[in-house]
Design a protein around this ligand. Structure first.
Ligand SMILES: [Zn+2]
Length: 287
């Protein structure tokens, strides 16, 4: 599932390729996404210019002349770009390769800059919503979201206020979208490892020093993974291959039974399930 850094990378790629382009035609191959693509979708998008692209949590918001187009990539959604003149395919994120089956291309947005924006989604859990422009604050999907992890408001004070009387474990707290939005399982695992905090610690038992460290590590990890994607963004106008491998930077996620990556530690990484999500941690380093 794409996590926050990937969506941020997709946003930056799209900004580079399609900002200020006008949608001249929308072809819908398959309406059955997580929510059905409405009948008037193509008509309303025609002649709309892409004025701004924003990310909120794992949502992308395209600001058009009259509308806001909200997009969520679900489990396997991807934006691709096709250059009309030679059908050359470009990806918008280094996370996936280009062995993409066109049968999973569901929507084609033809643009006036010679490019076609394509929405591809194997499992079809992604979706689009078209909303009137002055209704941004009323978008139900965005309303329930907690703070952005990279915003300044996501800080120790906020954490302390939020957890005051809460007894849930820190892993579940960080996964709670009402607390902080867009932090997925991988980044929660990595941040807890980097902060030396056991995933099952009761959240209001954390000391101020630990909270400071945790928040700093969360921001740092997200920024690093966004910047790793940045290098492929620079390439992406002239290449069309390279698969990214941010995975190689994971210190704990997916490393069950491997040696802890801290040189001073000789323990092995354990895997447990917390609320049905796999959690990896070092029993020696994380307390
Ligand atoms: Zn360790």
């Amino acid at each position: 599932m794409p996590e926050l850094p990937e969506i941020e990378i997709v946003k930056r790629s799209l900004l580079e390729m399609i900002l200020r382009a006008k949608i001249i035609h929308v072809k819908i191959k398959n309406k059955k996404l997580r929510y059905k693509v409405p009948n008037f979708f193509s008509k309303q998008l025609k002649n709309q210019k892409i004025l701004k692209i924003e990310r909120r949590s794992k949502y992308l918001i395209f600001h058009l002349n009259k509308y806001l187009l909200l997009a969520h990539l679900g489990m396997t959604g991807k934006f691709l770009i096709i250059r009309s003149k030679d059908s050359k395919l470009y990806k918008t994120s280094f996370y996936y390769n280009l062995n993409i089956l066109t049968k999973h291309n569901h929507i084609y947005f033809k643009l006036n800059n010679g490019l076609i924006l394509v929405y591809n989604d194997v499992r079809k859990f992604g979706f689009f919503k078209l909303i009137k422009k002055n209704k941004l604050n009323k978008i139900i999907f965005l309303k329930k979201l907690g703070l952005e992890p990279l915003s300044n408001k996501f800080n120790t004070k906020y954490f302390l206020n939020f957890v005051e009387k809460r007894k849930k474990n820190i892993k579940n707290l960080l996964m709670d979208q009402k607390f902080v939005s867009g932090l997925g399982n991988i980044y929660v695992n990595e941040s807890l490892f980097m902060s030396k905090i056991h995933p099952l610690r009761v959240c209001n038992s954390l000391k101020k020093k630990e909270i400071n460290r945790l928040i700093n590590k969360i921001k740092k990890i997200l920024k690093i993974s966004i910047s790793k994607g940045g290098s492929s963004i620079r390439d992406f106008k002239n290449t069309s291959g390279q698969t990214g491998s941010f995975q190689q930077f994971f210190k704990v996620y997916g490393r069950e039974n491997e040696d802890c990556s801290r040189i001073s530690c000789n323990n092995r990484i354990k895997k447990i399930f917390i609320s049905n999500r796999s959690s990896f941690y070092c029993p020696k380093c994380q307390k």
